[in-house]
Structure formats: C-alpha cells, structure tokens
Design a binder for this molecule. Sequence first.
Ligand code: GAP
Length: 486
Amino acid sequence: MSEKNQPTMEEIVSLCKRRGFVFPSSEIYGGLANAWDFGPYGSQLKKNIKDSWWRFFVERRDDMVGLDAAIIMNPRTWEASGHLSHFSDLKAECKKCNERIRVDQKLKDEDNAYFNDKVKNINDAIRNGEKTAIGSEDEIDGIRKEMQIKLNEYCACSKCGNKNWTVPEQFNLMFRIDYSLTGSENSIAYLRPETAQAMFVDFLNISNTARKKLPFGVAQIGKSFRNEITPGNFIFRTREFEQMEIEYFFDSKKSDWNIPFDGLRKDMEKWMDAVGIDMKKVHAVDIPDGERAHYSQRTIDFEFEYPFGQKELFGLAYRGDYDLSQHENLSGEELRIIDPETNEKIRPHVIEPSLGVERGLLSVLLSAFENQVLEDGSSRTVLHFKPEIAPVQIAVFPLMKNKEELVEKAKNIFEDLKQNFRCEFDDNGNVGKRYRRQDEIGTPFCVTVDFESLEDGAVTVRDRDTMVQERIKIADLQKYFGEKLK
Ligand code: GAP
C-alpha cells in the first residue's frame, strides 16, 4: 500500500459532494456564496464531533456545566463586550470589479516593509477610534489615503488584476437585524458573533444555580455569525458557523492563570488527538502583542496545515476579567461569586478554549483521507475516521439482493446491531462496490451474510483499515463490536 498523501481541497470537496457530507446550500437556486449544507453523513459526523467534545469537556468532568443561550441577545451585550467598537476589519473594494479585500491580510500577503512597519499600528488606531499616538481623526483619514496609495502600488485585484482600490474603511463584522414589529430605530439587534458572551451575561444565574466553587467552566455549542469580508476555502471561513466554547472561571488571587491555561491547552490537544486530528499537522502559535483580540492578554492559536496553507484551527485565550467587568459596568449588576472560605466577593478571571465545529470537521476529514494504491494495482479512497465519530460504524450486507434467506438474516442482524451502534443496511450493487462506498464514508466495519452463514451461523466481518476479513459467529457480534467500537 502507498504512503498516506495530503489530499487536495478539490478531492475533499468532491468526496463531500459525492457522498453527501457537505454540498452547496440552496443549490437549485444557484446556491449562495460560501454557504454550505451538511448532508446525511456530514450532519451525523458534525453531531458526533460535537457530542465527543461535550462528553470530553462537560460530562466526564465535575468542574464544567453547560449552557444553551439565545442567539439574539440584548444589543447592550455587544456594547459592553467591545464588539460594536472593536469587532471590525479594514475593508477596501476594487473600483473595477467590486472585489472586497481585508486590507491587513492583503498587505501582509504582499509582505512589504510598509505592512511590517505600519499597518498593524494604523489598523489598531483606526479600530479603536481613539486618539492614540497616531493622532486625530484627520491624521487617521490621511493614513487611510496613504494605505490606498500603498494598495494601488503593491496589490493587484485577484479577480480582475487591476490596481485601483477604494479608500480603506473599518467594516464591523456583526450582522445587524431588525428586531421590532414596528420598525423603530431602537430595534436594531445582532446575530451573535461568538457564543462566549452569554456565558458572561448569564454568570449570576449560572453560578447561583450550578452551586460550583471556583474554578469551574461553562460550556456552550452553537451557531455564530460574522459578515466576513473574505469568506472562502470551502467550510473554513463562512458567515454562519458553529462554535464550541468554554469560559473557565478562576480566582486570579488563588491561582496563577498559567495553571488553568496550560491544563486546558493539554485537554484541547488530547481531544484533538482523540477525535482523529493529525497532531503532526497542528502547530501552537503564540499570538504577539498588538495582533490579539481586544480582550486577550495571551492567545495561542492552534494552526493546522490545510492544503491552502497553515491557518487557525482553534484558539485558547486568557481574557482576564475583561468581559465580566465590562458587563458589570454597563448593566450595573455585580458579576461576582462569594468565596465560601473568606466570604469575599470575587470577580473571576477567565481562560477560553474556542473551537470552530466546521474547521474541526475539515481537519478531521483531511486527517482521515487517504487515496490508496493496493497491492493488486487497484486503488481506493478511504476515510480512516475514529470509530467514535464515524457517521456509520457498521454496514450490513446480504451477499445477494435477490436471495430472500440472505436478506432476511442480514436484516435481522442489522435490527439487532443498530440498537447499540450506528448501522446501515446496503444491498445495492456487488459487495466489492459496497465496500468501496463504505470506505469513502469511513465505516470501520462491514458485515456480509453469505450462503455459509445459513449453515454455520457466522458472518464475514471486514476491517476498513486492514481490509482483513474474519468469520465471527452471529451470536458474538454484539460483544465483538462492543469491544472494537466503544
Ligand atoms: N470567543 C472567542 C472567539 O470567537 P475567534 O478566534 O474569533 O475567537 C474562535 O473564533 C474559533 O471559531 C476559531 O478558532 C475558528 O475555529 C472559528 N471561527 C471563527 N470565525 C470563523 C468563520 N468565519 N468560519 C468558520 N469558523 C470560524
């Protein structure tokens, strides 16, 4: 067999479409740019990844509790969190074809001295909208124009090749929605750009009811929305995506923040490995001062080697007490917890592991994918999913479709196994083709009922990875798969 090779994005996208993992959203109407739907196997895979995360970080620990909060929150949330003023990128448009770019990324890609010296500071000053060392509104306007000149000098539009850009402007990434029935001006709300804020805003309700002592974490899985300027690379960057986030609260007077930070870092690494992400392709990158999000005192990005480059997979941040203190200030509510030993009211600090479900799924797919050339010269595509997350764990086949005794026995086995495992019954085409299809779906085991089965009460079990086949008694199948799959 050949060495495992890095798939291309075309191979992944094509497999996802062909096998019903992921396909373009609303395709019959021509689709919608950068919107994707997770089909029968994709939705199951996504659910399995989320379930695995929830089991790992919430259910098997006694210092974590869950939350499932509303997506549309009181808009003051975003005022306090800083998203209204800070959550923006510099955007410019090609004057010829209207292609939109993120200015910082584009200039960074060009890697010219201008970026290294200036863009970071300028971006910061414009983003903060404050009179910093860089100066007044007039000066900032001057800098925007200077940036436009640099863009026109260095950066050709990737769509039409022109070098003619609009003056860069700050573009807020939150989706605004009209939340009123009357259309009044005060009715603007936002689709949440991160799940995190509900865990801060609900802190009192959670700490009063969960009866946890510090340190403890709150976990949430849910949709987030960002009006990204440059979405793309399949499901890597989209405007609608899911996050799995934890806000881990601790007493900063009793514990050095490095302790929970390092602990959660190790847990994230363990979980990535457990879910089948190739850890040789994961790199921890410390984000330097000036490039971190506005709330973060330290951030590690776990980057993955995608076919389109090494890019962020997940993040781990030390948010201090930035969020709780901001919400205290704006709401007037004390977001604190009483230390039962000292009776002191504590505003905890926070470590935040933040994971994108789609990026996790893409990394799992890329890690599992293999195009194999077999010893007989034939080839197969196989997804080596971990059994825990494979959409289908066991496929059950009758050797032939038109032999009633085989079909009946296979159906009985399927009925029995599906009580405990994710199973699929398949009687289409020849068995060789069914194996190939299950390999592409990533099914760890196939069970075939043949004529011998009617005599000896045993079936052929074929292992996806080794392709070795062995005879197992039907009466022993539950135990056999219980050991292999649980
Ligand atoms: N609460 C912290 C936070 O939201 P982030 O680095 O902006 O931090 C966390 O996002 C994770 O969410 C990222 O590491 C990534 O996995 C995922 N993510 C962010 N934006 C995304 C997008 N536009 N499309 C897909 N996933 C995204």
